[in-house]
Design a protein. Structure first.
Lengths: 187, 327
């Protein structure tokens, strides 16, 4: 337990059983009254942002979070199976906690994860990732002003809307947050 | 690196303040920074020091958190005009931040015959005068005026009238997950949780806003009116800059305030080693029928300068900030 007044940026806390990281902290003294601290907390797994104001003397539960590199091995539809690159220990991560990550994680690639209590809180995916076009459909007539587009499927099963000139076997760079095509990559 | 350009701006600010009040016939007074007694305020921690001399009794003195304790006494004398002072104030605190420095500069002005609403107009006029050339322009804008009750309605959709009873206030705070069931605290603290989370953060930043009529549960030396105190605070760009009362002059109410605050302070501070200042139990005798009606305003000059000069923290406007000295 630490006092809210001791919380700093980067401190990891447990709020109602859910882990959060302090993204920002500001001390506030109302004109008359006890000292308070305003915290911006982020949940690594859900991305939820919480703004909390606590009395500096309030107790908060601090947790220790580790950053560990895991290699993504495969998934069985229920869990991701990942291996600690240093210890070779395997860990299973419920796919439910990281919706759609099966479409952006590549088997064999290493990802930095935040771990607390032997549970993976967060899998850090780079914002731009290069994928291979595994399947390409027929072009659909689109708005001629914007240029015709079509859908392709990457090796991870991600469906991306791309310009019609993109062919199967080519590589594309994708924004992993918005799942939008960014550019063709020449190997 | 010492920022002499900012030091020059501070110069200009003080000059303009003095010109403003001198032109209006106020007297600039100079009262001590050390006092053997303070006005009790349970939320303000104090610095203490010892007067010692081999031929006299030692006595504990306190660095003033505000010159109010002296300035109010001046009004007892009939020939005292409206007064102002720029002084250093001292508040001992464990939390340093962007807008706190344990030693800070304060402007306090007491106007005879004014209530707190008159003080709003006066302060607006003052801001127009002191607005420094080339600095932030939000201070020049007209002050928006709303009551705390209106602010709760507008920014939190809550009716303060219905939250007078602690149980109702508590229910709201628990529902908003601002407090857990086990924590015991005062009406004031729970109110502040809600206010600081929902209201203060929503206040407009593009123009100054005055929050009037504070809840009476937050004790202070302002006159009462129903469930509220005739008190306001001024927010500029989201920062609390000034506090004002229609000063309480009823000696019984002042006596009762002293008794309540003193009890709270002893309760809070006796068990740990925090300073418990001496209080003048006869302070209330200064007031009564002959004491003039007046309104006092206190403005944090460092914060004002910080906003004027578009700095993000007090460190940007204070030569030798405290945080440099304690690291």
């Amino acid at each position: 337990m630490i006092k809210a007044g001791q919380i700093d940026k980067g401190t990891a806390l447990l709020i109602k059983g859910q882990p959060f990281i302090c993204a920002d902290r500001e001390f506030v003294n109302p004109g008359k009254g006890s000292a308070f601290v305003r915290l911006k907390l982020k949940s690594p797994s859900t991305g939820q942002v919480l703004q909390v104001t606590m009395k500096s003397q309030d107790n908060a539960e601090e947790i220790v979070v580790d950053e560990i590199d895991f290699q993504y091995m495969y998934n069985d539809g229920e869990d991701f199976y990942m291996m600690n690159v240093e210890t070779f220990d395997q860990i299973s991560v419920p796919m439910k906690s990281f919706e759609d990550y099966q479409y952006i994680m590549k088997e064999g690639d290493t990802y930095r994860c935040m771990v607390y209590d032997e549970k993976v809180l967060d899998i850090q995916i780079p914002s731009k990732v290069v994928f291979l076009v595994a399947e390409s459909e027929e072009a659909i007539k689109g708005d001629t002003v914007q240029g015709a587009t079509k859908y392709v499927t990457t090796e991870t099963g991600l469906k991306v809307k791309v310009p019609i000139f993109i062919k199967q076997g080519e590589k594309i760079r994708v924004n992993t947050e918005t799942k939008e095509y960014l550019e063709r990559v020449n190997s | 690196m010492y920022d002499f350009a900012i030091a020059k701006k501070r110069n200009e600010l003080y000059k303009n303040i003095r010109e403003f009040f001198d032109d209006k016939g106020y007297l600039e007074v100079d009262t001590p920074s050390l006092s053997d007694n303070l006005i009790p305020e349970n939320s303000i921690e104090n610095f203490s020091t010892m007067f010692s001399n081999e031929f006299l009794l030692s006595k504990e003195f306190y660095l003033i958190p505000s010159p109010e304790v002296f300035m109010k006494k001046l009004f007892v004398q009939e020939d005292c005009p409206s007064i102002y002072q720029i002084s250093k104030c001292f508040r001992n605190s464990e939390q340093l931040g962007k807008i706190h420095n344990p030693e800070f500069s304060m402007l306090e002005y007491y106007t005879k015959g004014f209530d707190e609403k008159d003080s709003i107009d006066l302060t607006e006029e003052l801001f127009k005068k002191i607005n420094l050339i080339g600095c932030s322009s939000s201070l020049e804008k007209r002050f928006e005026r709303i009551t705390m009750r209106e602010a709760f309605k507008r920014f939190a959709n809550l009716d303060l009238e219905k939250l007078q009873d602690y149980r109702e206030l508590r229910k709201v705070a628990e529902k908003l997950s601002l407090i857990d069931e086990k924590t015991k605290e005062s009406w004031q603290d729970t109110f502040n949780r809600i206010f600081l989370t929902l209201i203060e953060t929503s206040l407009p930043k593009d123009h100054p806003i005055v929050l009037m009529d504070y809840p009476r549960q937050i004790e202070c030396l302002a006159k009462d009116e129903g469930n509220y105190k005739r008190r306001w605070e001024l927010y500029v760009e989201g920062v609390e800059i000034a506090n004002c009362y229609w000063e309480e002059t009823n000696p019984n109410k002042i006596k009762s305030y002293y008794e309540k605050e003193r009890a709270l302070i002893y309760n809070q501070r006796a068990s740990n080693e925090r300073v418990i200042p001496d209080f003048d139990d006869k302070f209330y005798l200064n007031f009564g029928e002959k004491y003039p009606e007046s309104s006092g305003v206190a403005i944090g000059l460092d914060r004002l300068l910080m906003i004027e000069c578009r700095k993000l923290s007090l460190e940007g406007v204070i030569l030798f900030p405290f945080s440099d000295m304690i690291c």
